[in-house]
Design a protein around this ligand. Structure first.
Ligand SMILES: [Cu+2]
Length: 131
């Protein structure tokens, strides 16, 4: 087969998977934001996240459990409501996997380092039904 045919075939088989949410998350963190701020993933699937910290202090990517938000600021009482989290040192980068929640809906993403949520470090994980 010619190269262009192979590429076309790859596109045809890859596109439907993308429509229901991505199984990869490519994230950059700094003071004080996530980029991008919103992610869509398929329910119950294994998600590979690559998180880079381009800031000068440690940051965290924490997904809250369904229906749980941190309120005014992230505190010790919010720890039990974390679904999954990872911390990245300044200048560092990590790649890890986690299983997306099975319940479709919107989940709050926060940085749990004191003061960072109030400074604007939050986002949204949208879990969509896997087709
Ligand atoms: Cu932070």
């Amino acid at each position: 087969m010619r190269k262009t045919t192979i590429i076309l075939l790859l596109l045809i088989f890859t596109l439907p998977a993308c429509a229901s949410g991505s199984t990869t998350i490519d994230l950059t963190m700094d003071e004080f934001s996530f980029t991008p701020t919103e992610f869509t993933v398929p329910a119950g699937q294994e998600i590979t996240i690559t998180a880079r910290n381009e800031g000068a202090v440690i940051h965290e990517f924490a997904i809250m459990k369904f229906g749980k938000t941190v309120g005014e600021d992230f505190g010790d009482e919010d720890d039990v409501n974390i679904y999954w989290a990872v911390k990245v040192e300044p200048g560092g980068s990590i790649t890890q996997t986690f299983t997306a929640p099975t319940q479709p809906g919107e989940y709050q993403i926060v940085c749990g380092i004191p003061g960072h949520f109030m400074a604007g470090m939050f986002g949204k994980l949208i879990v969509v039904e896997d087709r």
